[in-house]
Design a protein around this ligand. Structure first.
Ligand code: ADE
Length: 236
């Protein structure tokens, strides 16, 4: 039953799929955290795996970079493979280092965007791209139980990695938007359209106004904190 972008068989994916952007990160997650992980797709080297975490069947699959790529994988997982819950685990750029520093974790309650995808869905009206409330609540409670601080709020999903305007950063700060990334508003739109649950949690990898960026070790440590929250959330 392969789809154009996923080569798995029916039933190969668990009900919950964790989604990093990077295919090699998906492989690392499968190798590090899942028991008996089996690779279920590798079309275009976008890897997906299914295994179990503490006895629960769980999948991990990359979504690539940007809304178009993430939307393709999210759509096919939900519509064609019957996946019910997507949890994006990614990185973001803080718009204000004093409020949100390197390694901090943001849980995206909502996502603004400069993309038109959700307007295409809504006859050119604004769509409030929001997380699924139950998954959001579980993630926030799980982070608290684990003693890992998280910020919960708005993010901005951009089509332009290079070229975020300084005025836009001012406006985002002024509207209490925490960080910039490239997929969440699209994934939330797909989830709404196809009736699934979605949540994005993001680690700050850079502070956009200052150009500060995490080194490799900090990346790895902060990634582990977010992974623990995501895996424990998936268990609930
Ligand atoms: N993801 C991580 N950092 C980012 C940035 N500065 N802009 C957009 N997406 C990002």
């Amino acid at each position: 039953m392969a789809t154009p972008h996923i080569g798995a068989a029916a039933g190969d994916f668990a009900g919950i799929v964790l989604m990093p952007g990077d295919p090699l990160r998906a492989r690392l997650i499968a190798d590090t955290y899942l028991q008996d992980a089996v690779q279920v797709t590798s079309v275009r080297n976008v890897f997906g795996y299914t295994g179990s975490y503490r006895g629960k069947r769980l999948s991990v699959m990359a979504h690539g970079m940007g809304i178009p790529s993430a939307s393709i994988y999210a759509t096919e997982l939900i519509r064609d493979y019957g996946v019910g819950t997507l949890i994006r685990i990614g990185s973001c750029g803080s718009v204000d280092g004093a409020r949100l520093g390197l390694r901090d974790i943001v849980i995206a309650m909502g996502a603004c965007t400069d993309s038109k995808v959700n307007r295409l869905r809504l006859l050119d009206h604004d769509f409030a791209a929001i997380a699924d409330f139950e998954v959001l609540r579980t993630a926030v409670e799980t982070a608290a139980r684990l003693g890992k601080p998280v910020r919960v709020g708005n993010v901005f999903t951009t089509d332009l990695f290079y070229g975020v305007q300084p005025q836009l950063l001012d406006v985002l700060r002024g509207m209490n938007v925490n960080a910039v990334e490239m997929e969440t508003a699209g994934i939330y739109g797909v989830a709404a359209q196809y009736g699934a649950r979605a949540l994005a949690m993001l680690t700050v990898s850079d502070v956009i106004p200052t150009g500060e960026a995490m080194d490799a070790e900090a990346r790895q440590n902060s990634f582990q904190d977010m992974m623990e929250i995501a895996l424990e959330t998936a268990l609930q």
